[in-house]
Write a protein that binds this ligand. Sequence first.
Ligand SMILES: [Zn+2]
Length: 367
Amino acid sequence: MAARRKKNVMTRAYRVFLDDLNQGKSEELKRFLRLCHDVMQYFMDLHWQRQDFSARLGDLPTIHCAVKRFGITTRLSQALCKQAKEFVASTRKKFKKRKPRLRRHVVTLFYHFVTIEPFNGKGFDWCIKFIGSGAPKMICPIFSTKPMNQKLADGWIRSKTIRLGLRNYRVFIDLLVEKQRPQPKAEGKVVGMDSNYKNGLVFSDGQNVATELHQVIQGFAPHQKHTRVEMKSMMGWAIKQIDFSQIKMLVIEDLKKVKHGKRGTFSRVFNRRLSHWLYAYTASLLVRRCQELGIEVERKDPWKTSQRCHACGKWDKRNRRSDRFLCVNCGHFDHADLNASKNLEFLGLAGMYGFRLRPSSKCQSFG
Ligand SMILES: [Zn+2]
């Protein structure tokens, strides 16, 4: 049965590919994953047809329908039905009207289907036992990952649930660890952050990390592979350099409103995609880090944050010339990204979503 997502619990997943698994077992798991995929798609179609967008447990007749149709156990049918409904509910939130299609082959397996124990002996770290109930019966010894060990050492608890999935014809297991969310920090500053891949992450308290990103991106050959992997690891490293000790709330741009097409090294389309991806990835890392430290993250409309003068509050298009910010009204001079991050900080302190008071009127002035 599906565990309800607990609100004040943080979850992190660590992926382990089962490349060492023998062919027979690997094929069996792939068959199982394809079956789960088909069953979930069936449930999704069914509930879409019924216009049932709740994420509640499926009703028994529906579950038995799939039991008969696919020859699976009731327990598996129930688990897959729940996951399918959750998927429908979540994609509906994002895209509204389009009927969702399940592309990934990923299934969450609860303790009815699988147990995890420390591996008895040398060579592996964990022993994953698939114990039936509709899933194949087998034992998979796997390695742990360094980041996961780190989390376990930091007091995170290993979940009894795993995710089993298929990616590029490789079977993987996501091991999950959980921890209670810390109390929100009471003391500290509100800090804004503006990011782009030219200047990295610029914080309104003066911190600036990931400054070497631009150089690295420029160094990529046009069709170089694994560039994202490299950028990911670099961004992860950069975020570790940030000193969060004085920060109580971090204010960042709302992804939904992030400006497209910042100037850069590549074609406009590639550039836009890259900056969007990079922004989303960076934001997710920051949110996680802040969650673990009890720091609140707020997302704000970035509209005019790069043109508004932080000192006098007036905005003008001419204020910004690439990296330089020079206010035509009061003469205030700043680095453009620092000025933007200070404007985000301002929004955080003021408790406003953005400077756009009325979305329809473009010439609204404020200050
Ligand atoms: Zn000014």
